[in-house]
Design a protein around this ligand. Structure first.
Ligand SMILES: [Zn+2]
Length: 419
């Protein structure tokens, strides 16, 4: 057994509990002035006053001096597409100059550019691109990442992407939670007959990925011109049989009713929700399905934001994610997402912190194990350079994270990786 004591913090700030928080409770954080946190192996065994700790436990193997910084739970990012080849910064610049996404897609850009590059890349090239991205997640305070496939759109490449996610999880301190998103788009070779692609997913690709044990959850891009409600229902009909949780890209571009469908299917999360309807909000509020909002995508595409305040007031379990991907949100930074959640969507700092920790843990079915700093949970925490939790957002555009502890190990020290 190895022990690590985090002491010298100005305060420890954390949501509490093992389920998503909503309504008024979303913004209720426990604040322990001057508390210490003791980790033994991967677990938190004590949070409280220093003298109480010293009377109860032997001296620790290692001490992390927080030097007056504020301690928060590690961020949990519940919606990312972190495995890809190629880059689309040229397309970004074309959009800035006024070209439409449709025009860019017609000239070979858009998601199909990433699919082409990812299909052409071998395992080592994909792994070599993914590992440094995980370093960036970790340096910005994220300790668990949900990771989707979805740039293969054929069996071999979808499997390769999920194998890269599994290998990255093995090699990297950040925990990755794999999701099969083979239903991300209709690939060019099936554009003439999308139903053929739906059948291929249902009859071959999903069963094979389930057989290989490469995913914990499944996701579908439910959107006008991609997969409609009926196709989405068929794509997800076997999820329970495979033991997969369900995520849904829902109501991002049009109010199709994805939120209502996610609730009907008992999904872990409905994600995006920029165009969620009042009925969708009502359905989410009456369910355990977490509403995962992705303000980085709205920011990067210069489009509108999900109605976070209305959803919080209606009682939805709101959470936040980066949507890290090369086309619409190329960032690994949860502090950036919290800045947008507050400044662009009107959430308070406290709400945003819960929405990026405990509620995101719930969105991936892990709220019993991570997402808050409580005895019995994994020792996943961050220490800020500055003394209050407000600095995560207030001091914006920089990295506010000084230290990261992942599963009881000190892995980022003074802003540098030491794993
Ligand atoms: Zn996405």
């Amino acid at each position: 057994m190895t022990s690590l004591l985090v002491r010298g913090a100005s305060r420890v700030v954390t949501p509490s509990g093992t389920t998503a928080r909503r309504g008024e409770a979303l913004g209720e954080l426990a604040k322990y002035e001057g508390a210490v946190i003791r980790c033994e192996d991967e677990e938190i065994v004590f949070v409280g006053p220093s003298d109480e700790h010293d009377g109860k436990f032997p001296p620790p193997d290692e001490v992390l001096d927080a030097a007056g910084g504020c301690v928060l739970p590690g961020f949990v990012d519940p919606h990312t597409h972190p495995v890809w080849a190629g880059s689309r910064e040229d397309e970004f610049n074309r959009r800035l100059r006024g070209e439409s996404y449709m025009a860019i897609a017609r000239s070979g850009g858009g998601i199909n550019a990433t699919v082409r590059a990812t299909r052409a890349a071998g395992f080592d090239e994909l792994l070599g691109g993914t590992l440094p991205r995980l370093d960036t997640f970790l340096l910005h305070g994220t300790t668990t990442v949900e990771a989707k496939s979805g740039y293969g759109l054929d069996l071999a490449t979808e499997v390769r992407m999920l194998e890269v996610i599994r290998e990255t999880d093995r090699r990297h301190p950040v925990d990755l939670v794999p999701t099969c998103l083979a239903a991300h788009e209709v690939p060019p070779e099936h554009r003439d007959d999308p139903e053929r692609w739906v059948r291929l997913l249902v009859e071959t690709i999903h069963p094979e990925i389930a057989r290989l044990g490469l995913a914990e959850a499944v996701d579908v891009f439910c959107e006008e011109g991609v997969f409609d409600l009926d196709q989405t229902r068929r794509l997800l009909a076997d999820a329970g049989r495979y033991g997969w949780g369900i995520h849904l890209h829902a109501d991002e571009l049009t109010p199709l009713g994805g939120a209502e469908l996610a609730v009907e299917l008992g999904a872990l999360s409905a994600d995006h929700l920029v165009h969620v309807t009042d009925r969708g909000i009502e359905a989410l509020a009456g369910s355990d399905t977490v509403a995962v909002l992705l303000p980085g995508t709205s920011f990067f595409l210069r489009s509108s934001y999900a109605p976070a305040r209305r959803m919080i007031e209606a009682g939805c379990a709101v959470a936040l994610a980066t949507d890290c991907n090369p086309g619409s949100s190329p960032t690994e930074s949860m502090p950036m997402i919290l800045a947008l959640a507050t400044l662009a969507m009107g959430m308070t700092v406290e709400e945003a912190i819960t929405a990026a920790t405990l509620n995101t843990a719930a969105a991936i079915g892990r709220a019993d194990a991570i997402g808050s700093l409580e005895v019995g949970k994994h020792a996943d925490l961050v220490v800020l350079w500055e003394p209050t939790h407000f600095h995560v957002v207030y001091h914006y555009g920089i990295n506010p994270i000084r230290h990261v502890v992942k599963n009881g190990r000190h892995v980022v020290k003074n802003g540098r990786l030491i794993h």
